[in-house]
Unconditional design. Structure first.
Length: 404
């Protein structure tokens, strides 16, 4: 009997992780796969990336427009309410066997809640992965407690889930699925990239900048982005170093980051893009000297590229660092020094190239497909997380333990 799966996606970065899994599953006879498209994918302001999903040829079963275009903190929680309401109707109509989500954003928590209330198995990609200082961190762990199946990106994160009380047989360390698509993306020349961008980077003397707001530091979003861009602008004048920038995500504080970006739109050394085709973006990173900012890509994907990363600020702290990421403060001279080291220090660059990647080998999607294909849907144990409180047993009395 064919197994029906719905994958839920709301933003470009998370879709890059999710798509290889969708592609693997739709090419297997055992699955009927549909995608629910939400959030930033439906926003012109964020590049209307629904078009890219359509180009990928996946079956879109629903579009849920929940994104509030505001810079206020109410934005995301109101969005979760709308998404939860709409998604329940979609799932009732489609009647899937599995729901698949990634990470820690609105789609993840809404899907996990709906799946639990409607008795649909939730498969969560990226559990056990901490992100300190961000509202997303406790959301990720809440999703892990609600999810029925865990696909972790490293063995360390699998161990974290076990320590959280998740049953070991639910947890599968598969690696980061985003690496699968990087592995198979065709190579493009620097001439092709330069022509597409209308930005001359043929000498390969360029970095990529991706910087998002941090919920605990929203008030400083503009200043943090401004000092980062100023640092790169000065390196452009001093070393001819160019910067390819990507717009931020939709979190509160993103308006402030865009205001800083707008101030440098006429720079000869810096050029920003709302979004880029995946095959072009992969090739840009393959040729970049380093990644600057605070994107999760620096942690999760850059080790696969053997790419040095300068992480500016606290976002991404607490996550497993393969050794390619240097964390720096929002101080101009500190940022410039770290970028120069990442770009031009040959000993450091050789060190980064020698590092082992803890996030997988580019075959995570096949592992996920094999696991979902072999889950016994007649075994009710998958729906009942009766051991999820095991982590609290050490804190209770002997008498109480004997009653459990």
């Amino acid at each position: 009997m064919m197994r029906k799966i719905l994958a839920i996606t709301g933003i470009r970065s998370e879709y890059d992780i999710l798509y290889p899994v969708v592609d693997e599953l739709r090419n297997r006879k055992a699955f009927d796969v549909g995608v629910v498209v939400c959030g930033a994918h439906l926003s012109d302001w964020h590049g209307f990336t629904l078009k890219k999903i359509e180009e990928d040829g996946v079956k879109i079963v629903d579009k849920i427009d929940y994104l509030f275009m505001t810079n206020r903190k109410t934005q995301r929680v109101k969005g979760v309410g709308i998404l939860t309401y709409a998604l329940s109707q979609t799932i009732e109509r489609e009647n899937p066997d599995f729901l698949i989500v990634v990470g820690d954003r609105e789609e993840s928590i809404a899907t996990a809640l709906v799946g639990n209330y409607m008795d649909v198995l939730v498969a969560h990609i990226g559990g056990g992965d901490p992100v300190y200082g961000n509202a997303d961190d406790p959301i990720r762990h809440a999703v892990s407690k609600l999810a029925h199946i865990h696909f972790t990106t490293t063995e360390l994160y699998a161990e974290y889930l076990r320590k959280m009380g998740e049953e070991a047989w639910r947890i599968f360390n598969v690696g980061n699925p985003a690496l699968d698509r990087i592995r198979i993306t065709p190579t493009k020349s620097l001439d092709q990239i330069s022509n597409f961008l209308n930005f001359d980077i043929k000498d390969r003397n360029f970095v990529v900048l991706i910087k998002h707001p941090l919920s605990s530091e929203k008030v400083n979003s503009y200043l943090h982005m401004k000092v980062t861009i100023e640092s790169l602008a000065e390196l452009g004048k001093e070393y001819g170093l160019k910067t390819i920038g990507i717009y931020p995500n939709t979190d509160p504080g993103s308006y402030d980051i865009l205001r800083a970006i707008d101030e440098y739109k006429n720079s000869n050394y810096i050029k920003f893009y709302k979004t880029l085709p995946r095959e072009m973006f992969v090739n840009i990173l393959r040729n970049a000297l380093c990644l600057v900012g605070n994107s999760s890509m620096g942690i999760l994907e850059a080790p696969f590229y053997k790419l040095p990363v300068v992480n500016v600020g606290s976002r991404q702290k607490g996550r497993l660092n393969a050794g390619n990421v240097e964390f720096v403060s929002h101080k101009k001279e500190v940022i410039k020094k770290a970028v120069l080291k990442a770009c031009y220090d040959e000993n450091y660059r050789k060190y980064v190239k020698s590092l082992e990647n803890p996030y997988g080998d580019g075959f995570a999607s096949k592992r996920i497909g094999d696991i979902l294909e072999n889950i016994n849907l007649n075994d009710k144990k998958w729906w009942t997380k009766k051991l999820s409180y095991i982590s609290y047993i050490s804190y209770i009395s002997k008498e109480t333990k004997e009653k459990i």
